[in-house]
Design a protein around this ligand. Sequence first.
Ligand code: NAD
Ligand code: TYD
Length: 351
Amino acid sequence: MGKTILITGGAGFIGSHVVRLFVNKYPDYLIVNLDKLTYAGNLENLADIEHRPNYRFVKADITNLQQVNTLFHEYRFDGIIHLAAESHVDRSITHPLDFIQTNIVGTVNLLNSAKEKWQGHYHEKIFYHISTDEVFGSLGKEGYFTEDTAYDPRSPYSASKASSDHLVRAYHNTYGLPVKISNCSNNYGPNQFPEKLIPLAINNIKNSQAIPVYGAGENIRDWLYVEDHAKAIDVIFHQGKIGETYTIGGNNEWKNIDLIRLLCRIMDEKLNRPVGTSEMLITFVTDRAGHDLRYAIDASKLKNELDWSPSLTFEQGLVLTVDWYLANERWLRHVVNGDYEKYYEKQYQHR
Ligand code: NAD
Ligand code: TYD
């Protein structure tokens, strides 16, 4: 008899890749996808698996305790993989309260329902919380984040994710809830909403629009292909130890400006434009408030204990990503609707 797994935020970018992996790889599991379908949630991400017998979608809001409790009464969950969140730093700067509600209150609602519903059965359950490396703050030129790095979040987004991590650990320490946490670096790949750097730049280059680079483009991120993150989540869910934290990274640091230049070269080739065409679109704009300088992960615990490492080089992953966005015009057209235009104008007009 297979497990029943609740995946929250399964209609979003990373969540949809995790749902697809689990639905395909574990036909005897029942995968229940809970998602509010905010601007970032899109059921088109799951069109290829939506009719599978081992998949269910439930539209619900994790900030609504009654909706969460109802779901826990309807299903006997063996495990939860919690990805639902407000996830974009720039939006957290303009609308911090949304992040407090979903990322903190929403997570506590899930923890509370699991605690109550799983009472007496903790030994056979898993509450797996998906988090970010941004909780550790900003690195200088040297060093890496590990599982032992002290928390030092600096944006409303990272502070709300840090709070949720603390609450997950508190439920483990206080009530014995069987939890796992992973903190991952920046993801990229198919289905990412074009508010984040890589899909935003792809979309703008495609439309011959300016590519906004914050500050001098000197900030560094450690990029991981989204399917590699989904595979790490699978490994940690099934083989990771209860009560443990794992950091996940791509071992792949790029300065924003170098990344954009590489992307420009790939786009020129794919769009049959003369070399250098896309680079001319690069536009330096006012920096993000409180912009973290560098994130970089040391993922050796995950490599040594669970034998996970990234499978793709950055060039391979970027080419796959560009190919996907160019082949999925309909998807892009649907997400870049009136709301996106309004967001874009507000976010970038005064920069
Ligand atoms: P996303 O913004 O693409 O998707 C978030 C999903 O959560 C959407 O489908 C949205 O509809 C849903 N959601 C939002 N509020 C909800 C609510 N109140 N109730 C129910 N569903 C709600 O995010 P993502 O990039 O896929 O990130 C997923 C998770 O991974 C987040 O927890 C994020 O913090 C974490 N993470 C992201 C990255 C990254 O680079 N994107 C890196 C590390 C960790
Ligand atoms: P982003 O994709 O928003 O991820 P995060 O802030 O969570 O790391 O941004 C990645 C980097 O790119 C970050 O240093 C901010 C920068 N950036 C730009 O330079 N221009 C943009 O338009 C965006 C969205 C981000």
